[in-house]
Design a protein. Structure first.
Length: 210
């Protein structure tokens, strides 16, 4: 098995120290940081994402695989910067004001990073203005917001309105969370609704890469 395939397999098993070791070894063997990222780490995380979507693996396995991916990315980061490898797009992510749930949001973040996107995680209880400021500062392609309570869903409309009022005309708003539906998304004028983390990352990649 070649080193990138082995890296992908070990990543899927969540074996962080081993993944880190293989990334170092691949760099020593002269493989390019971009190739290691794409064919080793991101391909492994992509398989985990697909399995998660098909209910073949569950949240704990995704978290462990993501931890292994992050261990590998840490080793690669300085080399990727040197090589000038750009992220595929930027997403500003957060749970809306008044809502403190973060498991779903954290999963979305991992899945999006697993697609090679840069994610600015604003955390939980995020005011609409914070989403806007961060989108401007980071030149974001997408504002992604999550709500798990029916009482906080209304915040999403305010975020959509604020994006439209500001000079962020090219920024897409994606929403998700347990009480959210496609019809709610349509009713508030958001651009995209994602039912789960894997779908959210697929949509985000399509928006950024076209």
């Amino acid at each position: 098995m070649d080193i990138l395939q082995e890296m992908s397999t070990l990543l899927q098993q969540g074996r962080a120290p081993k993944v880190k070791e293989l990334v170092e070894q691949a760099l020593e063997e002269g493989l390019s940081p971009k190739q290691i990222l794409d064919e080793g780490l991101l391909s492994g995380m992509g398989i985990v994402g697909e399995k998660f979507k098909n209910n073949e693996v569950f949240v704990p396995e995704v978290l462990i695989a993501a931890r292994a991916m992050n261990a590998g990315v840490e080793v690669l980061k300085p080399h990727l910067v040197k090589q000038g490898v750009e992220s595929k797009g930027t997403v500003v992510l957060g749970t809306v004001k008044g809502d403190l749930h973060d498991i779903g949001k954290n999963l979305v973040k991992m899945m999006m990073e697993g697609k090679g996107l840069k994610v600015i995680d604003l955390g939980v209880d995020v005011a609409p203005s914070q989403f806007i400021e961060s989108a401007k500062e980071n030149n974001a392609d997408i504002v992604a917001c999550s709500a798990l309570l029916t009482t906080t869903m209304g915040e999403m409309k305010e975020i959509v309105d604020k994006v439209k009022e500001s000079d962020l005309s090219s920024v897409k708003v994606m929403i998700g969370g347990a009480p959210i539906t496609q019809s709610y998304c349509d009713s508030i004028g958001a651009d995209y609704y994602a039912a789960d983390a894997a779908t959210a990352s697929d949509i985000a990649l399509k928006i950024c890469v076209g």
